[in-house]
Ligand binder design. Structure first.
Ligand code: BJW
Length: 237
């Protein structure tokens, strides 16, 4: 991979990059869904059926953010974003705030954020760090019980797909870090980028479901592999 040939970079991250910070992944042996069937918490239908269960699930995860810190992989990507001389888009499927807390400025959260709430009454999104289970009023319209987690659930459209698609089509390099490739449309980004001429690299603890689509693959923990890769990128190797 020679820097001379690479100007536009798109990076996709998933739960694996936050695993070493202490946030559970979704599909690992101790995955997030253990004890919760995915359809009980991550669909709009589940929220309509049992809002208390869903709010409690996301309240617990929002509270957990306060107990964890970004790791060396988040920090390395923030450094790359700041120092890369070309264009770089950091897209995350994660709803945690660890990229931002590591210093990344322009993170695109395609599946939403735990630190945001969406009012179904007035349609505003507001920064949110507390619980939602006690049905607080919306700070914009004052309606109680109208706030839901600003999270993209199954069957809902991920955020800013037009912007992501344009960046993928323009990319010289697409890198996927810490994601299983089980959830679309993110799992299809490698094919779009590659079809449009990008080099493709996967960094994951183990080969993902979509590993075969990547030209290069590095397996191991993100905390070690991502800083090493960033050093190479900034050194022009
Ligand atoms: C490490 C590591 C370490 C561990 N270092 N690595 C049939 C076929 C195809 C598609 C569909 C279908 N039926 C329905 C669909 C669509 C559906 C879908 O994909 N379903 C699948 C189950 C098949 N997708 C949707 O509904 C999406 N919307 C949609 O498609 O809209 C229509 C549309 C059409 C066309 C264009 C655009 C849109 C919405 C998906 C919403 C996903 N939401 C969730 C939960 C909400 C957020 C939350 O609660 O947190 O988002 S699901 C969950 O999975 C979460 C994650 O962001 C997402 C991806 O998981 P991720 O990050 O990959 O985590 P894991 O756990 O799976 O993997 C972790 C990896 O890290 C593993 O590989 C480990 O090895 C590795 N790892 N430690 C490096 N230290």
């Amino acid at each position: 991979m020679h820097q001379r040939e690479i100007h536009n970079v798109v990076i996709l991250t998933g739960a694996g990059i936050s695993a070493e910070s202490g946030l559970a992944t979704f599909r690992g042996p101790d995955g997030l869904w253990e004890g919760h069937r995915i359809e009980d918490v991550a669909t709009p239908e589940a929220f309509a059926r049992d809002p208390d269960l869903v709010q409690a699930f996301y309240d617990a995860r929002r509270a957990r953010l306060k107990a964890v810190e970004p790791n060396s992989a988040h920090q390395a990507l923030a450094r790359l974003e700041a120092e890369w001389p070309g264009k770089l888009l950091l897209v995350t499927q994660n709803v945690d705030d660890l990229h931002e807390r590591a210093g990344a400025a322009g993170v695109l959260h395609m599946h939403g954020q735990l630190t945001s709430a969406w009012c179904l009454a007035c349609d505003h999104r507001v920064p949110w760090t507390k619980d939602l289970a006690d049905n607080p009023p919306c700070p914009v319209c004052n309606v109680s019980g109208s706030l839901r987690p600003d999270i993209v659930w199954f069957g809902e459209m991920p955020y800013q797909m037009d912007r992501i698609d344009a960046a993928l089509r323009d990319a010289d390099l697409f890198v996927s870090i810490g994601t299983s490739g089980a959830v679309y449309p993110a799992a299809g980004f490698v094919q779009t980028a590659r079809y449009c001429g990008a080099q493709t690299l996967e960094i994951n603890l183990e080969p993902s479901l979509g590993s075969v689509y990547f030209q290069k693959s590095r397996t191991g923990p993100a905390s070690a592999l991502v800083p090493a890769w960033v050093e190479e990128m900034l050194a022009g190797n």
